[in-house]
Ligand binder design. Structure first.
Ligand code: BG6
Length: 484
């Protein structure tokens, strides 16, 4: 695979929300940091609306810089915007895609490097309903035809289907057109700094190796909270709900990295093999280990049906039936319109046998990895309270990224992942069998929810979610610590 030559990045759905808020800003940041060579790269927007190059540039302009850094980045911005061209056309018409191919080919001729290879990256910032037709059109009209090498890759975003059957159908449709190494299924949580840190933490620290198992760990929590509701996305959200939106993908991916065995190397296939094994070891979820919630006011959105049972909050307990994890609950929790915006992984260790200090009820050891906001890791330890008395207190070994890595900017998940797609590194992307195994875990529960057999309990906006969820955590053996 040649890694030089012309590079065309084609953003399909160029005027949609995802493209404006995530894809183009990530591309601009890569450009600004020198990862996109202006002698090679060209960016194409494709969408249905009939607008000019200039109009597309105007639409995205405001998302690329903020007031604080606008003047510092002004020159780079104007050069970057000039690299963007727009082609309009429907998502299922030969004619549109032929025009797109023509535009890409012209660019390739104008930017021929000595190797003359052609790299074409298609980013589908589109609803999944059009993935099959768009993939067909790309395959038929727009793939790389250079004799001198290069590649064609496509990037797709969740939701990949609504359940096991629809996901498999989608995978087969796309799989009939492109080979697995050409397909990049993004789960943007895999691009987050502290998620990427997980394997280093686990496998490069002697400290954790002997502790990371059922003998020492009481429970694991992976929690996502947002302090706002569905905000104008009610129609989309109501079809999917919080399990499909967050838990089945983002939180489950994190669970894999927490629970997997050490891969034999860092090769993407070796890592993904281990993740699949974790997913395949999860036993069916029991209804009594699920609490669903829906925030009050959710149904006020005119695009949401009055009798919707769609959960905006869920706590589910997953159990991994293998030697390392048998008996350890993995608690996955996600909610919209909650009291705070936070995502973290919380590993709670077991009690110390023989509690000579009588400090058990002060709390257990916990290792917390805060994915966002303010990336951090801290370890809760029991220490002697400073002073003349022999008293104990819970304290923290605290690694806060802002303090420790001052001046280092943490890349946005999308920046990193787009760079990986250009480099051909699939480690942080979801493989087809991984996706299938993830749907196998949640599909039976999702079908019961869709039929109304598992009900969502109302909760107040800005709260912790239904009280039943805290009771479930307690039942699962989670010992609440101070301030959490
Ligand atoms: C998306 C979900 O995948 O992730 C959204 O569809 C959610 O509902 C978003 O708000 C959260 O991403 P982040 O990076 O802000 O945690």
């Amino acid at each position: 695979v040649s890694e030089t030559g012309s590079l065309s990045i084609i953003v399909l759905g160029a005027s949609g929300d995802l493209a404006k808020k995530k894809t183009f800003p990530a591309l601009f940041n890569l450009y600004h940091q020198g990862f996109l060579n202006p002698d090679e790269v060209h960016i194409f927007g494709y969408a249905r609306s009939k607008i000019s190059d200039e109009e597309l540039r105007d639409k995205i302009h405001g998302y690329l810089v903020d007031e604080k850094n606008a003047s510092e980045k002004a020159e780079a911005l104007s050069k970057f915007l000039k690299l963007i061209k727009y082609v309009s056309g429907p998502y299922d018409s030969e004619e549109g895609f032929k025009r797109l191919d023509k535009a890409i080919s012209e660019h390739e001729i104008s930017k021929k490097t000595s190797e003359g290879s052609s790299r074409r990256l298609f980013y589908l910032a589109l609803p999944p309903s059009v993935y099959p037709s768009v993939s067909k059109m790309i395959k038929a009209w727009c793939t790389n035809k250079s004799d001198l090498g290069g590649w064609t890759r496509i990037v797709v975003e969740k939701p990949f289907g609504k359940d096991l059957e629809s996901a498999e159908q989608l995978s087969s449709q796309i799989g009939a057109l492109f080979d697995e190494p050409q397909i990049y299924r993004i789960d943007h949580y895999l691009g987050k700094e502290l998620v990427q840190n997980m394997l280093v933490l686990r496998f490069a620290n002697r400290l954790f190796l002997p502790l990371w198992n059922r003998d020492n760990i009481a429970n694991v929590q992976i929690v996502f909270r947002e302090d706002f509701g569905t905000e104008g996305r009610g129609g989309y959200f109501d079809e999917y709900g919080i399990i499909r939106d967050i838990i089945q993908n983002h939180l489950l991916q994190v669970l894999c990295l927490v629970a997997m065995e050490k891969p034999i190397s860092l090769k993407p296939e070796h890592i993904r093999d281990e993740k699949v094994k974790v997913l395949q070891s999860v036993i069916p979820i029991k209804d009594e280990e699920v609490v669903l919630g829906q925030y009050e006011g959710y149904r006020d959105d005119p695009t949401v049906p009055n009798d919707s049972n769609t959960p905006t909050f869920a706590t589910t307990i997953l159990r991994i039936d293998n030697e390392r994890w048998e008996g350890v609950p993995f608690i996955l929790k996600a909610g919209k319109a909650m009291s705070s915006k936070k995502a973290d992984i919380r590993i709670q260790f077991k009690d110390v046998p023989g509690d000579i200090f009588k400090c058990q009820n002060q709390g257990r050891n916990e290792f917390v990895i805060r994915l966002q906001p303010s990336e951090a890791m801290y370890m809760k330890l029991t220490v002697k309270q400073p002073g003349l008395e022999m008293q104990t207190v819970q304290s923290e070994l605290d690694l806060s990224y802002k303090q420790r890595y001052q001046g280092v900017s943490i890349p946005e998940a999308y920046e990193r992942l787009i760079l990986d797609t250009i480099r051909g590194d699939q480690q942080h992307f979801v493989r087809r069998d991984e996706l299938k195994a993830a749907w196998e875990i949640f599909t039976p529960l999702l079908h019961r929810i869709d039929k109304g057999e598992v009900k969502s309990i109302p909760y107040k906006q800005g709260s912790r979610g239904p009280a039943e969820a805290d009771q479930l955590l307690k039942k699962a053996g989670y010992m609440q610590t101070h301030g959490y």
